[in-house]
Ligand binder design. Structure first.
Ligand SMILES: C[S@@+](CC[C@H](N)C(=O)[O-])C[C@H]1O[C@@H](n2cnc3c(N)ncnc32)[C@H](O)[C@@H]1O
Length: 220
């Protein structure tokens, strides 16, 4: 999906991916990453996710990346936060307390732009991308992370012929194919999510599982 697709989604408020509560896999599995509270977290393709607020509440400095200015400004307005805004070559940097949001194309950012992070959180980022975009996303993410960086990834698995994405199905084998050998991979959880996802059932999806993964960037 190109940037225009996402700009149009935000413009039309077609943001079915946005959750009004903190993601349950984040709540349940984040402690397994065993991070110090002051560990800085990268949240790629962050939208206006409330998960950012939860990470901040745990004490983590957060750097989010989001291409839509509408989404970024909605995040700050809806959460009554007033950031400082800096014009940068890549776009805009919004800063408030322990939070930075870079309004930019993820693929254009360098590790200098994002700064050093100890972990990343990917919910609805990898699965928002087409099969042909996913290898480039993982390669770029890998470039932004030092060896030893850990992360929580949430994916969906369903029969792609039953529905077109996004969100796309990223089957278990593809997770291994994309992330190994740059990352070690541990599957934390698999959950049958069909019952609670009416939107998928209405489109004819017959099986749907959610997976949580603990990734660790190998030492270079
Ligand atoms: C499916 S949404 C998920 C948002 C968020 N992670 C969440 O859980 O609500 C994907 C987001 O990625 C953003 N996006 C898409 N392509 C991007 C890119 N190349 N760089 C930065 N953000 C991008 C879209 O604007 C959209 O907000």
């Amino acid at each position: 999906m190109d940037p225009d697709f996402w700009h149009e989604r935000w413009q039309a408020n077609q943001i079915g991916f946005h959750q009004s509560e903190t993601n349950r896999h984040l709540l349940r599995h984040w402690p397994q990453l065993d991070l110090a509270a002051d560990s800085r977290i990268l949240v790629p393709l962050c939208g206006k996710s409330l998960d950012i607020l939860w990470l901040l509440e745990q004490g983590h400095p957060v750097v989010g990346i989001e291409i839509s200015r509408l989404a970024v400004e909605a995040f700050f307005a809806e959460n009554r936060l007033t950031p400082e805004v800096y014009e940068e070559p890549f776009g805009r940097r919004y800063v408030v307390d322990q939070l930075e949001v870079l309004c930019a194309d993820f693929f254009s950012l360098t590790a200098e732009d994002t700064g050093k992070v100890a972990a990343f959180y990917d919910r609805a980022a990898l699965i928002a991308l087409t099969p042909s975009q996913r290898p480039g996303y993982v390669e770029h993410l890998t470039r932004l992370l030092d060896g030893g960086t850990t992360g929580l990834l949430i994916t969906l698995d369903y029969n792609q012929s039953e529905m077109s994405g996004p969100p796309f199905s990223v089957p278990r084998e593809e997770v291994y194919h994309l992330f190994e050998p740059a990352f070690s991979i541990e599957q934390l959880f698999e959950f049958d999510a069909l019952e609670e996802n009416q939107r998928f059932r209405e489109k004819g999806v017959t099986t749907l599982s959610e997976h949580a993964w603990h990734l660790r960037r190998s030492q270079a």
